[in-house]
Design a protein around this ligand. Structure first.
Ligand code: NCD
Length: 305
């Protein structure tokens, strides 16, 4: 495999391999190994045309910890601003013998298009509403650590399913690893055809939460919404927000996840986001290890490049 474009393209075995490598790398990171030579002489460029904090930083740290040269593409000072197409920009990077391009873009399918045209390995760091494969893999790692296994877990994904690439990749990954996934959100934000991703749609928030081992809350993606899809933020919180009281419906040891950034007091109460059941920060830590695993598999010895 030259690229990592989506969970869609991965087998269960592929995902299990990524998980195993990430577990190993996380243990090494925890021992302070932040100067590995696995990717020394390799060049990784991050090409983010949408906002990001965690994903971009963790990819860049991952590359550096593995010894690669990491270059962050600065959009504001680039020729994209002069009207160059993204393909031409990416081709120029390819001509400089970049080994991997990590791309985030507001349009679905952009990484797939680049992957077909470029020599470099392309990693999808989020394409529109479509996929965010490394997020799903790092969340699967978090579930594995907190629950011991992914298989057999009952996972509820709540909120703005429609606009969420995190939800699409998560449904495919968790289902593919043997978990059962239920989604729930306002009717306007649960798209038709979710069943094709292997998930069930719950009839109420209570039904989605009942007996859940893992509750994953999604950010309300206001930047992708037209007016009218949700009432007010206050009402959204009242009807759909994850509160401590509602969390009681899940299993007593249920894990709470959210990919961040969090809208506190909207989709989730601060007490829950910061509470003992929350794995929000653990997932951020896991993001570095998982992105290292992905870069290792694509670029390391025995990798496809
Ligand atoms: C997500 C994203 O950008 O898709 N954030 C992330 O990568 N941690 C989710 C979001 O923006 O809500």
């Amino acid at each position: 495999m030259k690229d990592l474009l989506g969970i869609e393209e991965l087998t269960r075995q592929d995902m299990e391999r990524y998980l195993a490598t990430a577990v190993d790398l996380k243990a090494r990171l925890r021992q302070g190994a932040k100067k590995m030579a696995v990717l020394s002489g390799r060049v990784v460029v991050t090409l983010f045309l949408e906002a990001s904090t965690r994903t971009r930083t963790s990819f860049e740290l991952a590359g550096r910890f593995l010894g690669a040269h990491v270059q962050s593409f600065a959009l504001a000072q680039s020729s994209v601003d002069k009207g160059e197409t993204l393909v031409d920009t990416a081709r120029a990077l390819d001509a400089m013998a970049v080994d991997a391009i990590v791309v985030r873009h507001a349009v679905a399918g952009v990484p797939h298009d680049l992957a077909r045209r470029l020599e470099a390995a392309v990693v999808n760091a989020g394409d529109g509403w479509h996929e965010h494969p490394t997020q799903a893999l790092l969340d699967a790692l978090t579930i594995l650590e907190r629950r011991g296994r992914v298989e057999g877990q009952r996972i509820a994904i709540l909120g703005d399913i429609r606009h969420s690439r995190v939800a699409r990749s998560a449904m495919l990954a968790y289902g593919g690893l043997g978990a059962s996934v239920t989604v729930f959100g306002p009717a306007t934000l649960v798209p038709e055809g979710v069943e094709a991703y292997g998930a069930e749609v719950a009839t109420s928030l209570e039904a989605a939460l009942a007996g859940a081992d893992v509750v994953q809350v999604l950010r309300i993606q206001r930047e992708r919404m037209h007016a009218g899809l949700i009432p007010s933020l206050e009402e959204y919180h009242r009807r759909f927000g994850l509160t401590q009281e509602r969390l009681r419906l899940a299993r007593p040891d249920a894990v709470v996840m959210h990919p961040g950034p969090v809208n506190r007091g909207v989709e989730i109460e601060s007490r829950v986001a910061d509470g003992p059941r929350s794995a929000v920060m653990q997932a951020v830590e896991n993001g570095v290890a998982m992105r290292m695993a992905v870069l290792c598999h694509l670029l390391g010895e025995g990798g496809s490049r």
